[in-house]
Design a protein around this ligand. Structure first.
Ligand code: PMP
Length: 395
């Protein structure tokens, strides 16, 4: 249905089910980037001739677009970054490091939301706490509240959707409880916007990280929403050109947000392409997109249940996009190789979430991750290829 919007699918006969890693890009995104480079390639916020003004205007329009897309209170709250990894590192370094005794994360975090805390010298029970999960990978709210009680000066950093298991965590409930204890909440939204709409005001998050390339946009672009009350408290992570009001050999004075946080020449083409990706989603509408994905996700789950010796780690409750599993007695890497030979692109391994794999006592999983353009035929092809691979490996 939507595949014709994405040139990758006319140039490739691959069944693409690796959307958790990155999504394909619609023609409108590629066109927007090409248009920038071929018609008005100039730096932003510097020169004042025609194409430079146009570049600045297009760039700032995307900030406006993101502001309204996630219902942020003002333009100042939207800061461009390279992606979620940079956003988390930025906040970790420029705000959390010297301010908070404890960082609380969930069990389902991506390494991007674990390693930066280790780099600060935090580890389990020494500045880092991990919320338990149940047998369906649900977030344990009782444990969360106990951790908040035990650690009065906490920063909570939580993924909205698990990249490995597709589990959606209840951010609204998390912020409500966290704020009751005076904690500040950051959300890793790398896997959310491509599947459902996000309203930062309704969720009442303090920081929300988004990723362009997981949302039909270009690689190397993302953004972070910072609630207004934190804009002065967060120190710029990098400084330099475009962040300053005035510089003498004596001192530098910085501009206000967002510019004080956006040092150097920005990924202008990336921002413009990201804007086109968000417009693409807007044109389709989240309701349509989400309903189709839910149907597809249920279908994928049902088809997997028919496979002998399948080991699943969660059902479809509060889950979207990614589906992880193993086949008893078979190494996930071998399945990856045999699916590749049959032109099915999935991911096998730990999915940058080694700690939860260790907790589940597995080395990794086979992960199929869907997006809007996937079809039931894609899933049928995947299941057929999977059965063939299992047959070969069990012989
Ligand atoms: N968090 C999650 C849950 C992810 O899936 C990813 C990407 N795999 C990241 C963070 C890192 O995002 P980015 O590629 O935008 O740095």
């Amino acid at each position: 249905m939507y595949k014709s919007d994405f040139p990758y699918f006319s140039n490739s006969d691959i069944t693409y089910l690796d959307n958790g890693a990155t999504t394909q890009k619609p023609q409108v995104v590629i066109d927007a980037i090409t248009q920038f480079y071929t018609h008005y390639c100039s730096n932003t916020h510097r020169s004042s001739y025609g194409s430079a003004n146009k570049a600045t205007m297009e760039f700032e329009n995307v900030r406006k677009q993101i502001q309204s897309f996630i219902n942020a209170s003002s333009l100042e709250t939207i800061i461009f970054t390279k992606g979620v990894t940079e956003s988390i590192n930025f906040v970790a370094d420029a705000f959390v490091k010297n301010e908070f005794d404890t960082v609380i994360i969930s069990s389902l975090e991506h390494h991007s939301n674990i390693v930066p805390w280790h780099m600060q010298g935090r580890n389990l029970h020494n500045g880092l706490e991990v919320v338990n999960y149940d047998s369906n990978l649900e977030f344990d709210f009782v444990h969360f509240e106990q951790l908040l009680q035990k650690n009065p000066n906490s920063f909570v950093s939580i993924t909205h959707v698990s990249n490995a298991f597709g589990k959606i965590q209840d951010i609204k409930k998390i912020t409500k409880i966290a704020h009751k204890y005076g904690a500040v909440v950051m959300v890793d939204g790398a896997q959310s916007l491509v599947h459902f709409s996000v309203d930062v005001k309704d969720l009442d998050v303090d920081f929300y990280c988004i990723s362009g390339h997981k949302t039909f946009g270009p690689t190397g672009i993302g953004a972070i929403y910072i609630k207004e009350e934190y804009l002065q408290k967060v120190k710029p992570y990098q400084t330099g050109g475009a962040t300053i009001h005035e510089v003498t050999f004596e001192k530098s004075t910085l501009l206000d947000s967002p510019y004080k946080f956006e040092a150097g020449t920005q990924n202008i083409a990336g921002v413009i392409g990201f804007g086109a990706a968000l417009s693409y989603i807007e044109d389709i509408g989240y309701e349509k997109l989400h309903n189709w994905e839910v149907e597809l996700y249920e279908y994928l789950h049902e088809q997997l249940l028919n496979i002998e010796d399948i080991e699943l780690y969660n059902d479809t409750t509060n889950a979207i996009g990614s589906k992880s599993f193993n086949i008893k007695g078979i190494n996930h890497d071998d399945i990856g190789i045999l699916l590749d030979k049959q032109k099915v692109a999935i991911r096998v391994g730990h999915h940058c979430a080694q700690p939860i794999m260790q907790a589940l006592n597995i080395k990794g999983t086979i992960r199929a991750s869907i997006a809007l353009y996937n079809t039931k035929e894609d899933i049928d092809k995947f299941i057929k290829a999977l059965n063939r691979a299992i047959g070969m490996l069990k012989d």
